[in-house]
Design a protein around this ligand. Structure first.
Ligand code: CMC
Length: 389
């Protein structure tokens, strides 16, 4: 009741309070639970960051060990769930495969669905953290027509995921420590970003008291869009198109500025960051180092760097405060690691998972939480009578 404010895209509307992630978009600051992203990127690891986001503090060594063990214990997927993957077409995009399989977790693990039972919430937290990377790797294997390996719980989450993604039963798997370290870092950078589109989706779905699997599955679908997580795949498509056309970078930028057929500079711009995206800064710094070690495609990196240079000195981008975002350079790194482009947004989803879980749990414990139910300004017909015929 009372006056309804109109705020399309929620440009200025806070839908919740939250103690998880702090962003200052003008200063380019990002902190998880108070810790600057630069510090976490330099000193922490993805598992520890997941704990931090979900429980609020860095774990003690004992807490870390328990958390790690619990997640390792839950990596196996129910055998019948594996049958799911056979139902999709061979060329299926792995994002809807991932969201479907995560949604299906509600049917296989019915003993952890109550959002108000602390033990069940803990169990679904471990299950999701353990099983989602496995589901993601199986979606990749399915698209390649390769056999799915069983997880090896002597490995940590990132190592296991890499082995399940690239390993083959016929030969020993070579774990490249450069890839492990780089992927871990990228997952940290994606782990939470306050009330972005997918996280708001997780909260909105969860606000009806839907279970954690159902809420996260909805978040995965929100992340799939090219304006959100799908941008990392779209950036690489854009770089490839520029490369294939032989068109100078300046000409492509002109087409973006003229808003030709909706051409955007993918990987640029952000709703909140209006100075720079601190995650993009870290990715750019490491991109050169990692690509040098992994032998990435130099020509695509050159095109990306040239695009950035041209855009950052162009009035169109300067006046609109458009800077490279986290998705601008990540695709090049994922590609150098050997992931096909369709997997890029799936990697984002694995990274964002602890953030979704932390936000969902925070909401369920918040006495202020109400079912999400936005209002509207009606623009349709006034009342009219059904004609007598
Ligand atoms: N290329 C060209 N012009 C752009 C771009 C871009 N990437 N981004 C924004 N603009 C223009 C936009 O056309 C508008 O111009 P005008 O005032 O003339 O109409 C102005 O800048 C303001 O943009 P907006 O669309 O109103 O800004 P928004 O806050 O609603 O959208 C965004 C933010 C991220 C959706 C948008 O910048 C975008 O579409 N970027 C490309 C996709 C992308 O890289 N997404 C990843 C975001 S970061 C990580 C993640 O969430 O996945």
């Amino acid at each position: 009741t009372g006056a309804v404010t109109y705020d399309p895209g929620f440009m200025n509307t806070a839908a919740t309070t939250s103690a998880i992630t702090y962003i200052d978009g003008d200063k380019g600051i990002l902190r998880y639970r108070g810790y600057p992203i630069e510090e976490l990127a330099a000193h922490s690891n993805f598992l520890e960051v997941s704990y931090l986001l979900i429980y609020g503090n860095l774990p003690t060594p004992a807490e870390y060990a328990t958390f790690d063990q619990r997640i390792r214990r839950h990596t196996l997927l129910h055998e019948d769930l594996k049958g799911f993957f056979g139902g999709f077409p061979r060329d299926a995009h792995p994002m809807p495969v991932l969201s479907s399989a995560v949604s299906a977790l509600s049917t296989f693990y019915q003993d952890s669905l109550d959002p108000f039972d602390d033990e069940q919430v803990e169990l679904s937290t471990y299950r999701l953290l353990a099983k989602m990377p496995v589901i993601a790797a199986y979606a990749l294997k399915k698209s390649l027509g390769q056999p799915m390996l069983y997880p090896d719980n002597s490995m940590n989450m990132v190592e296991n995921f890499l082995r399940l993604s690239f390993g083959l039963p016929a030969e020993p798997f070579h774990m490249d420590p450069t890839v492990v370290k780089a992927l871990d870092l990228l997952l940290i950078l994606h782990a939470d970003h306050e009330q972005n589109c997918s996280t708001s989706t997780v909260r909105l779905v969860g606000s009806s008291n839907a279970n954690m699997f159902a809420s996260v599955s909805a978040g995965i679908n929100a992340l799939f869009g090219p304006l959100h997580g799908g941008a990392n795949e779209a950036v690489l498509n854009m770089l490839r198109q520029i490369q294939a056309s032989g068109e100078p970078v300046e000409k492509f930028v002109e087409r973006v500025k003229n808003k030709e057929a909706g051409v955007k500079l993918m990987g640029f711009g952000h709703r909140v960051y209006k100075n720079y995206d601190p995650r993009a800064k870290i990715v750019k710094e490491t991109a050169h180092e990692i690509l040098a070690k992994l032998g990435g495609n130099d020509e695509l990196l050159d095109i990306a760097m040239r695009l950035e240079e041209v855009a950052l000195t162009d009035e169109y981008f300067i006046s609109r405060k458009l800077y490279p975002n986290v998705d601008f350079y990540t695709g090049l790194i994922y590609k150098a690691m050997g992931f096909p482009e369709k997997m890029f947004t799936v990697l984002f989803a694995i990274g964002r998972l602890p953030g979704w879980i932390a936000q969902w749990r925070e909401m369920m414990k918040d006495p202020q939480t109400k079912i999400g139910r936005p209002r509207q300004l009606y623009t349709g017909e006034a009342e009219r009578m059904y004609p007598s015929r």
